[in-house]
Design a protein around this ligand. Structure first.
Ligand code: WT7
Length: 648
């Protein structure tokens, strides 16, 4: 019998031993990862074959193996296990865009949908380890499609349904997918989005695609290409509600998800089956204090990692009801979230600071007129949350009664790594910082020479010293890029790309990206991607893109543009064309809010663009430009500053 001492509101009963404090158990998780993760993995996942070794990891090389020799299937963890004990329990509540419209799906129904789609995929020749691209917004059918891929061992790659046809095409090609799953249209905030048409434009450039499966969302007519397109629901009708799950190795890929980096095209980060599932479900339970019967409302879309880990896999492995939110926080008015909370009565709400900032500018009666008494925990994710937004979330939404957890993590980490909970029971939560590392996560802060900064009151590059089960295993098709991005900058450590402060009390704050990645409304964007798109315009000689502080989006996109010599086209028209190029090449959220046409860019004598200076100008911090003496032509700075306020 375990003589475990209750250390948080959610126990970890699998760990034998006595720990007198949260800190002691945390220390154990870092020092004895095999003894910590082994029993948890054995107890919380259903194994076809038990693993023989907990881990074999090498931080120097960036090679990670967890739960070696184990065999399991992800969809079994998410549906079959719960179906056996309580098939009528609600698995999904689909909060549709149309106000007041919802659909509930039980675990039995979900299992049937998963098996039918899995059989459709099999009949289309999809086999273990084949990649299936999904371009579809959140719905029960979309979730079932992800799990159907997992059931047959195919690797799903969900592309956020806001990306353009070109962005979709380059990801389909990179993944080498032969099947794409989409819907006729999607609908958000009452606006129709042409998913099928975008898929048609993308697939025209992708010879690898044999089949497009089309789900019906709006039922409006869309073009159908004979011989290539098949209506998903019709194909499902003929299929059996049983499908024997493929037994996968722990380290087989479960899915890949594209994300932006500081250079080059987006990378497809690959997540494992066992390690990922364990980490997503474990962190879900611990951070949000999940109890039987809970209803979890994470309002992210499945096109992002938050949707994968905390809409789909975490909650479903834990067997609780998960809400699929298809709408917009301001539709039909600024009370949408809270009207939903009153109707569905979730126990947790997990959202993004950008939405909170959008809502707090409006009358608080949009919140207070609805009953929010079901809520115990409020989570924030995706970007730094400012104090004002945190306070509003805590006081107005949570009436001061809910835990507010600012959760720091990344597509690469698979799940939450730093968060105020779990903690010792009742431990303080401070405003607007993620504070405490999760069990098994060993954050370190390094200076620019790569020295580890020990102790408190230090700031530098946020790295992680030890492997954890949820870490992404590679970049699809390019392991050396994975190594170069995450393990080469600080040998022996995983480099997050973020800066961090460990304060006087030992709590972690995130200071933002240290690389050329910006965060627009929680959407991660590589400035190089936007520059590449801008540079394609025939009048543009070069460009530099930086982020600048934006009240609601967190960061906005600011582009400095240099035109080719002799260009006579009107600037206004060029700007309009540049907007459209970025929208077509990448996505709406990548379009610069501000574009400034300049005669040249500030460069060092060796020709490197001084982005630091451009960032300061964009942020209106011209007093803090710092040393500009290394510039080849300092006069350009004056010009840019003078015109900065007059740009479009
Ligand atoms: C980047 C990762 C984590 C899932 C959604 C975003 C920033 C994320 C926080 C936070 C400050 C945060 C970081 C990180 N970020 N959470 N709580 N406080 N910054 O995943 O698209 O992979 O982006 O988002 O800069 O590196 P992602």
């Amino acid at each position: 019998m375990s003589d475990f001492i209750k250390i948080t509101s959610t126990d970890i009963p699998e760990i034998n031993g006595s720990f007198s404090s949260h800190e002691e158990l945390y220390k154990f998780s870092i020092e004895k990862p095999e003894e910590f993760w082994g029993p948890i993995a054995r107890a919380r996942l259903r194994w076809d074959k038990e693993f023989t070794k907990v881990m074999d990891c090498n931080m120097e090389k960036g090679v990670f193996d967890w739960f070696i020799g184990g065999k399991l299937n992800a969809s079994v963890q998410c549906v079959d296990r719960h179906c056996e004990v309580d098939p009528d329990r609600i698995a999904l509540i689909w909060e549709q865009d149309e106000p007041g419209k919802e659909q509930r799906i039980t675990f039995r129904q979900l299992k049937e949908m998963v098996c039918k789609i899995a059989n459709v995929l099999k009949s289309e020749g999809v086999r273990k380890s084949d990649r299936v691209v999904m371009y579809i917004s959140i719905s029960p059918l979309a979730v079932a499609s992800m799990l159907a891929c997992a059931r047959i061992g195919a690797v799903h790659s969900v592309i956020f349904a806001g990306f353009s046809a070109e962005a979709l095409a380059s990801r389909i090609m990179d993944a080498g997918a032969s099947v794409v799953i989409t819907s006729d249209q999607s609908i958000r905030g009452g606006r129709l989005i042409e998913l099928k048409k975008t898929v048609d434009a993308a697939v025209a450039k992708c010879p690898s695609v044999r089949r497009v499966l089309v789900a019906r969302r709006t039922g409006n007519p869309v073009p159908i290409i004979e011989g290539r397109d098949v209506w998903l629901e019709e194909a499902m009708e003929a299929q059996s509600v049983e499908c024997i799950p493929e037994s996968m190795d722990s380290e087989d890929s479960l899915f890949m998800l594209y994300t932006s980096g500081s250079t080059g095209k987006p990378k497809g980060l690959v997540h494992s089956t066992a390690g990922y599932l364990l980490y997503a479900s474990f962190t879900h339970k611990q951070v949000f204090d999940i109890r039987d019967g809970d209803i979890f409302a994470c309002v992210a879309d499945i096109g992002w990692i938050t949707g994968h880990s905390y809409v789909v896999y975490g909650p479903l492995v834990n067997g609780i009801t998960t809400v699929l939110f298809e709408s917009h926080p301001a539709y039909p008015d600024h009370g949408r979230y809270w009207e939903m909370v009153q109707r569905i009565r979730p126990t947790q709400f997990y959202g993004a600071p950008t939405a909170i900032r959008l809502l707090l500018g409006h009358d608080s009666s949009y919140v207070t007129k609805y009953d929010r008494s079901s809520l115990r925990t409020l989570g924030s994710v995706g970007e730094p949350i400012n104090h004002e937004a945190w306070q509003w979330y805590h006081e107005v939404v949570g009436k001061g009664k809910c835990d507010v957890v600012d959760t720091w993590w990344q597509t690469e980490t698979g799940g939450i790594c730093i968060s105020p909970r779990p903690s010792a029971p009742g431990a303080e939560i401070r405003s607007a910082m993620p504070m405490r590392p999760l069990f098994g996560i060993a954050p370190v802060i390094l200076d620019d020479k790569g020295n580890v900064l020990e102790g408190r009151d230090v700031s530098g590059a946020l790295c992680i010293r030890k492997s954890w089960p949820g870490i992404a295993r590679t970049v699809y098709g390019d392991h050396s890029r994975y190594y170069d991005t995450y393990f080469k900058p600080y040998p022996g450590y995983y480099f997050t790309g973020d800066g961090s402060i460990r304060d006087l009390d030992g709590y972690y704050h995130i200071t933002g990206r240290m690389d050329d990645v910006i965060n627009v409304s929680g959407h991660r964007l590589g400035t190089a991607e936007v520059e590449d798109a801008l540079d394609e315009h025939f009048s543009v000689a070069e460009s530099a893109v930086v982020g600048y502080p934006h009240d609601i989006k967190g960061e906005g996109v600011y582009a400095y543009i240099v035109l080719k010599e002799g260009v006579i086209q009107e600037h206004k028209q060029i700007i309009a064309e540049l907007r459209s190029i970025v929208r077509t090449k990448i996505a709406g959220h990548a379009v610069p809010e501000i574009m400034q046409i300049c005669p040249s860019l500030p460069k060092t004598r060796s020709g490197k663009i001084m982005r630091r200076i451009l960032r300061k100008i964009a942020a209106d911090q011209i007093e803090e430009l710092g040393d500009v003496t290394t510039l080849a032509d300092p006069s350009i700075i004056e010009y840019i500053i003078k015109n900065h306020r007059h740009c479009i």
